[in-house]
Design a protein around this ligand. Structure first.
Ligand code: GLT
Ligand code: MN
Ligand code: MN
Length: 386
């Protein structure tokens, strides 16, 4: 019942199950797997697809012949396993050239190199069948605002995205771009730090219809925000082009924990939102196994992400079918037909009628809403005692 189903489009990045457990204080604890090994691992655990940065597959210094050979063997592994590549992205953060940003660097040569690298990575993604292209500007930020003009940085980022939208159209790639926000790490501050900021920025682009967001649980939580609300705003705007699922304890470093590892309740409401709204895109797990794990633990991690999602999707169906919960919700949302003529779209008559209406303000304030009961029912449902 909780086995991963293709309809859910569960995906992992090559960098997720391939994570070797390096951190700022410690060396790798696991052997690096080749991209082909990772494809087979993901197929074994029941994933639907695999995503990649250019350099997850092709080393930054590979020759054209080496590149072609790597792509050939990778494609063969995809064909053998049936895995798809729905999303691709560019590594614009690891190489020292990007130490002060890529598209927002002060150095025109770095900005131009970042564009060149991204076009080549878009070619690679298109060759593998990707239709979503993610932009995570991990180095697009600053430690000191003496170093870069933040208004100029936005102009540079906009110019780059406009250029790349035109490139995608010119090549006929049909990409949809998904912008991924993060408040900090690896920079002291990263520009456009939240999904809401990204949504505002998208409206200023030449092709806003091509560009949406890729919100990540951990990143919004690091900013102290309610991730479910950020995703809801993206859905409302028709901009949820992709999603990075993982988990995060607020106020910590970017933990990228297994989906469902930390905040069960937020994960539940997130899954319920995605399922109720019939989100049709890939459910991408951008997470990695604890550093304590060996290769068996990495599989436990990957299976756990998908199984937790499936369990929470079943819980969401249970919530929607629970008579007591639904009764409470129906009471809370009961229509008040006598108010219908006073609400809705503005008209002068409606405004006059509303101004003339008398409200029982004290009764409004005295009404208990029953949220304690409702929330306890959610807890009991999640704990399996309902
Ligand atoms: C990196 C980052 C993720 C991004 C990836 C895409 S790379 O692992 O921590 O949040 O989604 O560039
Ligand atoms: Mn991410
Ligand atoms: Mn992250």
């Amino acid at each position: 019942m909780y086995e991963p189903q293709p309809a859910y489009k569960f995906t992992f990045g090559l960098w997720t199950v391939g994570n070797v457990g390096r951190d700022p204080f410690g060396e790798p604890v696991r052997r690096a797997l080749s991209p082909v090994e990772i494809v087979h691992l993901l197929a074994d655990v029941g994933a639907w697809g695999v995503n990649l940065h250019d350099n997850d597959l092709v080393p930054i210094d590979a020759s054209p012949a080496e590149r072609d050979q790597l792509v050939r063997t990778f494609k063969a592994a995809l064909a053998e396993t049936g895995l798809v590549v729905p999303m691709a992205t560019t590594n614009l953060f690891s190489d020292p050239a990007f130490k002060d940003g890529a598209f927002t660097s002060n150095d025109p040569a770095v900005r131009a190199y970042a564009l060149q690298k991204t076009m080549r990575a878009m070619d690679l993604g298109a060759e593998l069948g990707a239709t979503t292209y993610v932009f995570w500007g991990g180095r697009e930020g600053a430690e000191s605002d003496a170093s870069k003009d933040p208004v100029e940085a936005l102009k540079r980022f906009r110019e780059a995205l406009n250029f790349l939208c035109d490139y995608s159209n010119d090549q006929g790639y049909g990409y949809r771009f998904a912008l991924e926000a993060k408040p900090n790490e690896p920079r002291g501050d990263i520009y456009l730090p939240t999904t809401g900021a990204m949504l505002g920025f998208i409206a200023t682009l030449d092709h806003p219809e091509m560009v949406g967001v890729n919100p990540e649980v951990a990143h919004e939580t690091m900013a102290g925000l309610n991730f479910v609300h950020a995703v809801a705003q993206a859905l409302d705007a028709g901009k949820l082009f992709h999603i990075d699922l993982n988990d995060q304890n607020s106020g910590r470093y970017d933990q990228d924990f297994r989906f469902g590892a930390h905040n069960y309740k937020q994960s539940f409401f997130l899954v319920k939102l995605l399922e109720d709204q019939q989100y049709a895109g890939p459910r991408h797990f951008d997470a990695h196994a604890y550093r304590s794990e060996d290769s068996a633990g990495v599989r436990d991690f990957a299976r756990g992400c998908m199984r937790s999602y499936m369990i929470l999707a079943a819980k969401a169906r249970q919530f929607n079918a629970d008579p007591e919960i639904q009764q409470l919700l129906a009471e809370l949302n009961a229509p008040q037909p006598e108010l219908t003529p006073l609400q809705g779209r503005y008209s002068r008559e409606r405004a006059q009628a509303l101004k003339a209406h008398t409200f029982d303000r004290q009764a409004l304030g005295q009404r208990g809403l029953g949220y304690e009961r409702l929330d306890q029912l959610v807890f009991e449902l999640l704990m399996g005692v309902r």
